[in-house]
Each structure stands twice: as C-alpha cells, then as structure tokens.
Design a protein around this ligand. Sequence first.
Ligand code: PRP
Length: 210
Amino acid sequence: MKPLRMALTKGRLEKDTVALLERIGYDCEAVHNKGRKLILPVGDRLEVVLAKAADVITYVEHGVCDLGVVGKDTIMENGTSFYEVLDLGFGRCKFALAAPKGSDFFGGYASRTIATKYPNVARNYFESKAMDIRFIKIEGSVELAPLLGLSDAIVDIVETGTTLKENGLEVVETICDISARLIVNTASLKLRKAEIEELVAQMEQAKEQA
Ligand code: PRP
C-alpha cells in the first residue's frame, strides 16, 4: 500500500507537526535533512509534502494529499471542502480588528476602510455590523496600511501583540482564536479509513503529551 500523504504548512506548523510525529515514533530524519526537497518520507507509511498554507488546502481538496496541517485562519479564508478532524493545539494566535491607538473606530457614521490579507474573514466579521465598510486586500505587513493612511483599521493575525505595539496600533476587538488543524480529504477518509483513524488517534494522544 502506498504511504499516506500529508501536506504540511512550511515553517512553524511544519516544525511543530514534525515534533508531534516524532513523539509518536515516526522517523523524520528526511525532513530534518530535506535540503530543497519538497516530498519527504516519514517512516514507510507516511510521506510529507511541504507547501504554502493555502496550497495545503488545495492539495487536500483535490485529493492529491490525504491529510494536511494548516492554520484555522487559512481554513476560514479559503473554504472547507474537507474534514477538519483535529485541533492540534499549536500555532495559537487570534484574528483581531486593530486600529491606531486611541482612534474611535466604531464612533460616528462615516464609512471605514479595512486593510487585510483575509478579505473573506473580514467581510464575514463585519456582516453582522451595520456599517459602511470598504475592504482593501494587502499581501503582508498589513500593519503598514493604517500607518500610511490607506485604511482606518486592519483585520489580521495577532500572536504576541508586538507588531501592533511597535507600530502604535491596538486591538479594537478580538474576532476569534486560531490554531493549527489536521484536515482530511473526504474520499481518503472513506477509502483509507482504518489507517487515517489510527494516525489521527495517535496524533491526538501525542498532542496531550506536548
Ligand atoms: C503575522 C501577522 C502580524 C504578525 C503578528 O505576520 O500578519 O503581522 O505576524 O505577530 P505578533 O503579534 O507576534 O507581532 P507574518 O509574520 O506571518 O508575516 P506577514 O506580515 O508578511 O503576513
């Protein structure tokens, strides 16, 4: 039987997942010595694929990867045509609305401009608020937008709060908590049910030992 294929979000989530797989007993030597290789064996029953967050979802949705590890932020922004089976507990941060310190974001009736890397999340968040909002998509360092006068506020990820603080911004409202999730392709879960369920159970157990 070919190994199960798991897409990992490159970077911190990749490292935390590898640490978790090693606690289960998987041999992650190839990942540690990966060089520029992107598909790596982890023991003989699993292989990992290293990808950008949104691409992890694409690969799992299309079934070319059976499983994936991706942040809830990317899931909320990019769709859910897969099973989200486990909150892995790491990669914890939150989505927040943030604005220049002391600015009265919700005051008055003027329209507001929001800069964000996550337009779908931002739109959903503002849906329940009767406000006139314009959204501008930014690709990174979103904190720049209010500093440059492009937007009144941002919807972004806050982890330690340092980036906001060092740029004179503050959280106006927390939107929701975020952490890494294990996702599974819907067909894979049917076709390789026993193997996947065993792996998920192992990961759930190893997560408690962190
Ligand atoms: C994220 C996020 C914030 C920062 C928050 O950016 O967009 O800018 O981290 O972290 P903090 O609260 O600990 O300061 P990331 O580093 O992923 O890069 P990006 O700005 O290019 O998206």
